[in-house]
Unconditional design. Structure first.
Length: 281
């Protein structure tokens, strides 16, 4: 219901007629677009619901269900939506879908920007569109070529660590929690890369979103981390997190010796390739 209401405000005058079940809306271009959009999207939504239900039914299948949704069904949803959006490039329903992809599903810039490209330039206005422009500006600041921001956080001993401590060196920053799958999946690879390139200048910094120093110490000891682990112990209220507009984790930043971001959110083979490329120059 909320989606329809937000969209209807942007379009034609509508007629609201009381019914036994509530109200019936008519006379709205957006209403017709929304109903058509639902018709197109429902099959893939049903597949997602089925996959999520499978995970909820069997805790051992949660990880597999989530992987299937992210690897297969979300791209499928994107493809179906793009076909619909090309037919309705000035639709607030289309814009609202993209807004939710970024705001709720945390799509990366390249992914939702490709969706925005099919919309009609200048067709939209209002608070939601303004927020979308803010998303774009904040996300561009995290992309390659942008300067990685200054920070001050304490290490496992409570000693202050700043960006200046790594001046002139390439640094791999991991922002998040050690309990996340992405952290565990790449831990052995990062240890290998650290061993291979640390003597050549590579630094790694894990910036943990925790509230207790003991959590930092535990991460270093349990995972046998040879690189720097820091936190300002403020979780998502960290000045760094808020100032850099990080609204989901994990996020990974490979920063070059000049302090500019070289790669953003690369994992596995992509991470290795990016680091190898830095030292091949």
């Amino acid at each position: 219901g909320g989606l329809i209401c937000r969209c209807l405000l942007q379009n034609d005058t509508i007629t609201i007629t009381p019914t036994a079940d509530g109200y019936d809306l008519s006379g709205s271009k957006t209403q017709d677009e929304y109903l058509d959009y639902v018709k197109w999207m429902t099959p893939v939504w049903d597949e997602m619901k089925a996959a999520m239900a499978l995970g909820e039914k069997d805790v051992n299948k949660v990880k597999d269900s989530n992987e299937y949704i992210n690897r297969v069904l979300r791209p499928k949803s994107d493809s179906v939506f793009m076909v619909w959006a090309r037919r309705n490039p000035s639709s607030y329903v289309a814009m609202n879908h993209i807004y939710n992809c970024r705001g709720m599903d945390k799509y990366p810039l390249q992914r939702y920007a490709a969706m925005l490209d099919v919309l009609t330039p200048g067709a939209f206005e209002g608070q939601q569109w303004e927020t979308m422009q803010r998303f774009i500006a904040e996300d561009k600041a995290k992309e390659p070529g942008s300067v990685f921001p200054d920070f001050t956080m304490g290490n496992a001993y409570g000693e202050p660590v700043t960006q200046a401590d790594f001046a002139g060196k390439p640094v791999l920053y991991y922002v998040g929690y050690t309990t996340q799958d992405e952290y565990a999946n790449d831990l052995d690879l990062r240890k290998t890369l650290y061993t291979q390139y640390h003597d050549k200048g590579l630094e790694m910094v894990d910036m943990l979103m925790v509230s207790k120093r003991s959590d930092v110490v535990r991460a270093v000891v349990q995972d046998k981390i040879p690189w720097t682990v820091v936190s300002d112990l403020k979780g998502f209220y960290s000045p760094f997190i808020e100032g850099f507009h990080i609204d989901y984790v994990p996020q990974v930043f490979l920063v070059g010796p000049d302090g500019r971001i070289v790669a953003h959110n690369v994992y596995g083979q992509e991470l290795k390739t990016a680091i190898d490329a830095l030292f091949a120059k």
